[in-house]
Design a protein around this ligand. Structure first.
Ligand code: SAH
Length: 224
């Protein structure tokens, strides 16, 4: 599946992801179409592969972003409150902010200060409405350890963009009923996506999906 959706433009990339049936939901297709990856990944933005964003981090491949958004789709509705742990380039925060508007909230946590700062600049460059969304705190970026989640808020959807050894308990506690966490879990060479669902009675279910390769969810010193 990797690589095959590469294109020479953002709309071509979204078309290829749609034709490959990786993208299915009209809202997600629209949100990805209106968020140009070139603002977040200046080198080869439309190649369907992870790209370095410096500091040992990568912007995930477009098909991986598409699969994560499709997994969480039910919870990325207007008015939803959403968390992106390991927000890196800021791309998914920008896409998800389009899905939860007009009255939703998207929070992005990144532990590398330089990436945190560039994600804000990328978001502002990518979206004419970004400054208003930041001023009104409908979109929030914080530089912190994402394993603690975002104390004080709870979330309908949590996306984790780095692979955890174990699923942080704080994230499960901060998940609404109902809600879903999309998270890679494991060690290099043995990582799998888990969809962790909390139903309306608070019952938590872990569902193992497919093998992946993400950078680790770890201490900031690991990335020095
Ligand atoms: N979805 C992002 C993925 C970036 S790579 C994108 O496509 O741009 C994963 C990111 O997780 C890296 O930027 C890394 O610095 C960050 N990260 C790793 N461990 C973290 C932690 N404990 N807290 C916050 N961010 C973390």
């Amino acid at each position: 599946m990797a690589w095959r959706c590469t294109s020479s433009s953002n709309s071509g990339l979204v078309d290829n992801l749609t034709n490959a049936q990786i993208l299915k939901s009209p809202q997600i297709i629209n949100a990805m179409r209106s968020t140009d990856r070139a603002f977040f990944s200046p080198r080869s933005p439309y190649q369907d592969a992870p790209q370095s964003i410096g500091h040992g981090a990568t912007i995930s491949a477009p098909h991986m972003h598409a699969m994560a958004l499709e997994s969480l789709q039910q919870y990325l509705h207007p008015g939803a409150t959403v968390l992106d742990v390991g927000s890196g380039s800021g791309y998914l925060v920008a896409v998800m902010s389009k899905l939860v508007q007009p009255n939703g909230v998207v929070c992005g946590i990144e532990h590398i200060q330089a990436l945190h700062e560039s994600a804000i600049l990328n978001f502002i460059a990518s979206d004419p409405d970004a400054q208003r969304l930041l001023d009104s705190q409908q979109v929030r970026f914080e530089c912190a350890d994402g394993r603690q989640g975002w104390p004080g808020l709870t979330f309908d959807a949590i996306h984790v963009g780095a692979a955890a050894h174990i699923v942080p308990q704080s994230l499960i506690e901060q998940l609404n009923s109902p809600g879903m966490i999309f998270i890679p879990v494991g060690t290099p060479g043995s990582q799998y996506i888990y969809e962790i669902s909390k139903d309306s009675r608070g019952q938590v279910t872990h569902s193992k999906k497919y093998g992946v390769s993400y950078v680790p969810l770890t201490d900031v010193s690991h990335y020095a």
